[in-house]
Write a protein that binds this ligand. Structure first.
Ligand code: HEM
Length: 204
């Protein structure tokens, strides 16, 4: 049903591909802001890397837990999440593209500092996760779903989501010895799994 509200610009920006555009621009603007606030240079790039790791996590969790939340707690918000699950997923990929751009800027500004923060192992595992994210984003269009078929699509997106989940647990978990605050994202990732489990039990 078409309502007056569905015509307002703010509502249009929060739905579909426009939502992906809005979120991408917001993450880009926030990254530029933290870069400047940190004094620019390598500190600025590091601030943008950390910010985009966090925005990516929030966007990933929203699409990862959307259907479970809609089943367990139906509300306008959870219905919006499920309706826009694909667009939140692609927004997550865009946020991670900005993570990559800030990493490349850091490498170009100070490669030695980058290698103090990373290992060959973390670059290989991180790049593999990027490959999974790229495959999922590239198949987030109706034409791609038709092309690979619904079975392959479901399988790719199911395994891909879990692969990304493990990557987030690992990348946050390994930082817990540096700061206990990293337990917050790890707990949120655990909560998302608990929600999926509770939703699947309710279905059974
Ligand atoms: C080749 C790929 C990647 C590279 C080279 C890379 C590099 C980095 C670097 C250098 C930092 C530290 C920034 C700092 O402390 O100043 C960082 C932070 C982080 N990255 Fe990435 N990253 C990659 C991919 C990923 C992926 C795929 C994920 C998750 C799915 C991820 C999640 C994180 C997280 C959670 C942080 C910590 C953010 C925080 O401090 O809150 N990264 N990354």
């Amino acid at each position: 049903m078409t309502t007056l509200a569905s015509h307002t610009p703010s509502v249009r920006l929060a739905e579909g591909w426009a939502l992906t555009g809005t979120i991408t621009l917001a993450v880009l603007a926030a990254s530029a802001l933290v870069h400047v606030a940190a004094g620019g240079g390598t500190d600025g790039f590091r601030a943008a890397i950390r910010l985009t790791a966090r925005t990516s996590l929030v966007l990933f969790l929203m699409s990862f837990a959307a259907s479970s939340l809609a089943r367990l707690a139906p509300s306008p918000l959870t219905r919006w999440m499920i309706r826009n699950r694909r667009y939140l997923g692609v927004s997550f990929a865009m946020s991670h593209v900005i993570h990559a751009a800030a990493i490349i800027a850091l490498v170009r500004a100070d490669a030695a500092l980058f290698w103090q923060l990373s290992t060959i192992g973390s670059v290989v595992t991180g790049s593999t996760t990027y490959l999974v994210i790229a495959l999922m984003a590239a198949t987030s269009f109706d034409a791609a779903v038709r092309w690979i078929g619904p079975r392959a699509w479901r399988s790719l997106h199911w395994w891909g989501a879990w692969y990304i989940w493990v990557s987030f647990v690992f990348t946050n978990g390994k930082r817990v010895p540096m700061s206990l605050w990293y337990l917050v994202p790890v707990a949120l990732l655990g909560l998302a799994v608990a929600l999926r489990w509770m939703a699947s039990r309710r279905m059974a």
